[in-house]
Design a protein around this ligand. Structure first.
Ligand code: LMR
Length: 329
């Protein structure tokens, strides 16, 4: 009986600790597919740090990089199911969710610079686009930069014809599919986590990415040629499960919004530098020949790719494209 009494006391002690349990931090699982050492990877870590600081430890953000938790397609489903709370997918990956308008960001040559892009993401059309996520149970919190994409392959790329007949890996966007078709290449949708191996084994011949993604996935080790076409933009929407977000205590949500604002400033300040550093590292590796097209050569890509805008009008919406043109300047 003494033993029993003791264990009853232990149970009491345990339930008393449920008071402490109630103080356990709110956990936000933030899953993403790129390396930690990238613009998105660093910005996610920055957000985790700021969130802990500003909420005084009431929120713990757990960042899972490099597709360790979910790959492209799974992470969107996991967010909707509430298995993760936060993601920052590329703007090119919202089509399968039924939000086709985001593919406007994939239109080749639509932004001439980061400044022009920011006029969109910080403006009315940026806000309008994020609101399209609401009916999917998703709240869009911010846009984070990565950068401009360039083509890579195991053969020199100087003209659009050099990509003809090549199997090119793309993100899950119909605009990117059309872009590759406009060059006569064969687009292949594939999760980011599988690209390195697909390039290595020849499942695809080439791809397009900002240099920070190419370098941190070691794609340059299996791509002999990189041409700095900078023909399109790749960036992110930071998104949360709406039900989770709306259910947070108001003070905490406010602090997290502040942490997000600071992390967005950080993300957009480092993105170009990260890509420039990655390019220097690719060059230093000596594994890939980097080619900078002449203005005339780049213009030839532009001429080949701009018709994609009109072709995709019915998918994205003419009004959406027009409002982006207007904001982009
Ligand atoms: C890709 O799949 O190439 C990119 O969207 C990866 C990323 O998240 O930057």
């Amino acid at each position: 009986t003494r033993r029993l009494a003791l264990s009853a006391a232990a149970v009491l002690t345990l339930s008393a600790s449920s008071v402490a349990w109630a103080q356990a931090p709110i956990v936000i699982k933030f899953s993403h597919v790129v390396a930690a050492d990238t613009p998105k990877g660093k910005a996610a870590e920055h957000f985790a740090k700021k969130a802990a600081e500003l909420t005084k430890g009431r929120v713990k953000v757990e960042v899972y990089a490099n597709s360790t938790l979910y790959k492209d397609k799974e992470e969107m489903e996991a967010l909707q199911l509430g298995a993760v709370q936060m993601l920052a997918p590329s703007l090119a990956k919202f089509g399968p969710l039924g939000v086709k308008e985001f593919e406007v960001f994939d239109l080749p040559f639509i932004f001439s610079s980061y400044e022009s892009l920011h006029q969109v993401t910080n403006g009315a059309s940026g806000k309008m686009l994020l609101s399209k996520l609401e009916p999917k149970g998703i709240r869009g919190l911010a846009y984070w930069d990565n950068g401009f994409k360039s083509f890579s392959l195991n053969a020199p790329i100087k003209a659009p014809a050099d990509l003809k007949g090549k199997k090119m890996r793309i993100q899950s966007s119909k605009v990117l599919e059309e872009q590759m078709r406009a060059l006569g290449s064969l687009p292949q949708v594939m999760a980011f986590s599988e690209v390195y191996q697909a390039l290595q084994t020849g499942v695809v011949d080439g791809t397009e990415n900002p240099i920070s993604n190419l370098y941190t996935q070691k794609m340059h080790e299996v791509q002999k040629n990189l041409t700095l076409t900078e023909h399109g933009y790749l960036g992110y929407a930071v998104i949360v499960n709406k039900k989770f977000w709306d259910g947070l205590p108001a003070d905490i949500r406010g602090q997290l919004e502040q942490a997000m604002a600071q992390s967005t400033t950080y993300a957009n300040a480092i993105a170009k530098v990260e890509n420039d550093t990655a390019l220097a590292a690719v060059e230093k590796s000596g594994k890939t020949t980097i080619y900078k097209p002449t203005p005339a050569e780049r213009l030839a890509f532009k001429k080949a790719l701009v018709p994609v805008h009109q072709k995709m009008e019915s998918r994205i919406g003419k009004d959406v494209i027009q409002s982006i043109y207007k904001d982009a300047g």
